[in-house]
Ligand binder design. Sequence first.
Ligand code: 1GP
Length: 251
Amino acid sequence: MAWKGRLWSMMLEKRKQSRLHFTLVDPDRTSPRDVEKIARIARDAGSDFILVGGSLGVSPESTDAVIEAVKKYGIPVVIFPGALNNVSRKADAALFLNIINSDDPYYHGIAQVQGALIVLSHNLEPIPTCYVIVGYGGTAGFIVRARPIPYEKPDLIAAHSLACGMMGSKIIYLEAGSGAPKPVPPEAITMSKKLLEIAGIEALVIVGGGVRSVEAAKAVAEAGADGLVTGTIVEENPEILADIVRAFKGG
Ligand code: 1GP
């Protein structure tokens, strides 16, 4: 694949042109046939990347099948692993996660040590990513034993983002959880970007969870996010995905 090993530089290049949109596909919630439809809708809507991952019921086989289906539509695929069984050799790159507010020691070393050898043997490009779980947290938050940062604490969310940047993460992923009743607060995004700027740290801040409307996508963009991840909307209300992507990218 032309972009093998170049996904991170491609993200930076694309970011110079516009904000980035990611469509999340959960192999447990989507059959390969539905995935083809989702991939086509995502591509036509202007989504830049497909993230593949889930927290429950995901097998190596279902992950492989989903990635193969997506690849027919020529969109780069990045795994967003809920567990080691999501790490597929068929992907182009992997978000290599540091789950900064998990209380489980497994996610602070062991998971990364186990994952590193698989990522290497699968020849996947690792993209160091700090995962900050906020508010609702969803299934992901529960499974990784996160202590979600309250929505009402944007300064605390931003302090986590700064720490992520200082630890060398290239992507800081502010996550309210799939299906969250409300997204990450805009103030937290603005404060995160501000602190990173003051510290002279270049990292992409991407935001996901609970963005289901044009207004919400605009608010995330205006707050200064570099990227937006949506998953539920393409499953439940695909006809508005293009509007959401346009609103986020500012077109
Ligand atoms: C979950 O941030 C993503 O990791 C997407 O969330 O399904 O709510 O769009 P939604």
